[in-house]
Design a protein around this ligand. Structure first.
Ligand SMILES: Cc1cc2nc3c(=O)[nH]c(=O)nc-3n(C[C@H](O)[C@H](O)[C@H](O)COP(=O)(O)OP(=O)(O)OC[C@H]3O[C@@H](n4cnc5c(N)ncnc54)[C@H](O)[C@@H]3O)c2cc1C
Length: 313
C-alpha cells in the first residue's frame, strides 16, 4: 500500500491551488488519504485550508522561523527527513516544486520523476519530454521512494471536504545556515498567479516595448487575468523573467489564453498546450500561432485591444 506525502505550496497566508491538484494525483496512486506537509512560520491558516482539501488524511505543520520563506535549501532537509516514512513524495511542478524536490531527491539519493501528467500505476507515470513533443512512460523501481513533481495542467484540483486533523511536526535536523533570505522582488504586482489563473493575457515581441505592455496590463486588469509573455519579450526586457510562458518558462493551463504579437514558436506552444481556449491576435496571417488558436484575428494588437475594451463597455 502506498503512503503519500504532498508538500503544500503557499504564500504564508493561503494555500496555492496547485496543492489540491497534487492531491488529485495522489488519489490515483492506490493509496489511502495523503498526508500534507505545510512548512512555514505562522502558517496555521494555510494548514487549516489544506485540512479541508479532499484527499488529505492529515496535515503536518512544521512551524519554524527558518521556513518563513520558501527557500528550497532550508526546506529540503526537513522534507527529506519526513519523506523516509513514505513511499511517495509529491509537490507541484511549479517554480516552488521544481526548486524544492530535486534537492529532496538528491538528499534521499533517488532520481526524480518530473512533471507527472498521468498515473499509469502506483510507480508508473507518463511525462512529457523534448519540450512536450513526445510523451514517455517511466517506472520507479520498487525499492525506491517516488519523488515526483506533478504537472498542474494535467490534474483537476481536488474539491473541499470535512476538515482533517492538523498536527505539529518538528524536524530533528537543524535548518542549514549556508543560505539566508535577503529580499523578494516581484514584478508581477497584485495580478493573479500565472500558473493558476483562469485567464492569461500574453504579449510577445510584437508588443514592441516595456511601455507598450501597459496596454496588456490594462486589459488583464479589466478581465481579472494574469499577464504572461514570450521569451522574446522577456529577453528584450519588456517584462520580468517570471512572466515567461513556455518550455523554459511556465507551463500553464488557463481556461482562456490570449496571445498578442506572439508568433507561436514550438517552445512557446509547449507552455500553453493545455489551455482551454486560445485566442491569437497577430499581424501576420501565416503566423504558426493560428494553427493552434481556437479564435484567430489577423490584425494589429494596438487596434484590436482598444476595440475589445470598447466592447467590454
Ligand atoms: C531552448 C529554447 C527554449 C525556449 N524557450 C522558450 C519559452 O519558454 N517561451 C517562449 O516564448 N519562447 C522560447 N524560446 C524562443 C522561441 O523559439 C521564440 O524565439 C519566441 O517564442 C518568439 O517570441 P515571439 O513570438 O514573441 O517573437 P517573434 O517570433 O518575433 O514573433 C513576434 C510576432 O509578433 C507579430 N506582431 C508584430 N507586431 C504586431 C502587432 N502590432 N500586432 C500584432 N502582431 C504583431 C509578428 O507578426 C510576429 O508573429 C526558446 C527557444 C529555445 C531555443
Amino acid at each position: 500500500m502506498s503512503k503519500v506525502l504532498v508538500i503544500a505550496e503557499h504564500n504564508g497566508n493561503h494555500l496555492n491551488p496547485s496543492t489540491a491538484r497534487c492531491l488529485s494525483c495522489a488519489a490515483q496512486l492506490q493509496a489511502g488519504p495523503a498526508d500534507v506537509l505545510v512548512l512555514g512560520h505562522g502558517a496555521e491558516a494555510v494548514a487549516r485550508e489544506a485540512a479541508e482539501v479532499a484527499g488529505a488524511g492529515r496535515v503536518l505543520l512544521a512551524d519554524q522561523p527558518a521556513f518563513a520563506q520558501p527557500l528550497a535549501a532550508m526546506l529540503a532537509p526537513a522534507v527529506a527527513e519526513l519523506a523516509r516514512g513514505y513511499t511517495h513524495v509529491l509537490a507541484p511542478s511549479t517554480t516552488f516544486g521544481k526548486d524544492l524536490l530535486p534537492r529532496v531527491a538528491a538528499l534521499l539519493g533517488v532520481p526524480q520523476v518530473s512533471e507527472v501528467m498521468s498515473v499509469e500505476g502506483p510507480r508508473k507515470f507518463r511525462r512529457p519530454t523534448y519540450a512536450g513533443n513526445a510523451i514517455i512512460t517511466v517506472e520507479v523501481p520498487d525499492d525506491l521512494p517516488v519523488v515526483a513533481t506533478v504537472r498542474n495542467a494535467s490534474f483537476k484540483a481536488a474539491g473541499k471536504a470535512a476538515a482533517v486533523p492538523v498536527e505539529a511536526w518538528t524536524p530533528t535536523a537543524t535548518a542549514p545556515t549556508h543560505t539566508r533570505y535577503v529580499e523578494l522582488r516581484s514584478g508581477g504586482g497584485d495580478r493573479p498567479d500565472l500558473q493558476t489563473a483562469r485567464a492569461v493575457i500574453s504579449g510577445g515581441r510584437g508588443v514592441g516595448s516595456a511601455e507598450n505592455f501597459a496596454v496588456l496590463y490594462r486589459l488583464a486588469d479589466r478581465l481579472g487575468a494574469a499577464v504572461g509573455a514570450s521569451r522574446a519579450a522577456v529577453d528584450a526586457g519588456f517584462v520580468p523573467n517570471e512572466l515567461q510562458v513556455g518550455q523554459t518558462g511556465k507551463i500553464i493551463a488557463p481556461e482562456v489564453y490570449f496571445a498578442f504579437g506572439i508568433s507561436g514558436a514550438i517552445q512557446h506552444l509547449t507552455g500553453i498546450k493545455d489551455a482551454g481556449t486560445i485566442v491569437a491576435v497577430n499581424k501576420d496571417g501565416d503566423a504558426p500561432i493560428f494553427e493552434v488558436a481556437d479564435i484567430g484575428l489577423v490584425g494589429d494588437l494596438f487596434q484590436v485591444i482598444p476595440e475589445i475594451e470598447r466592447r467590454l463597455g
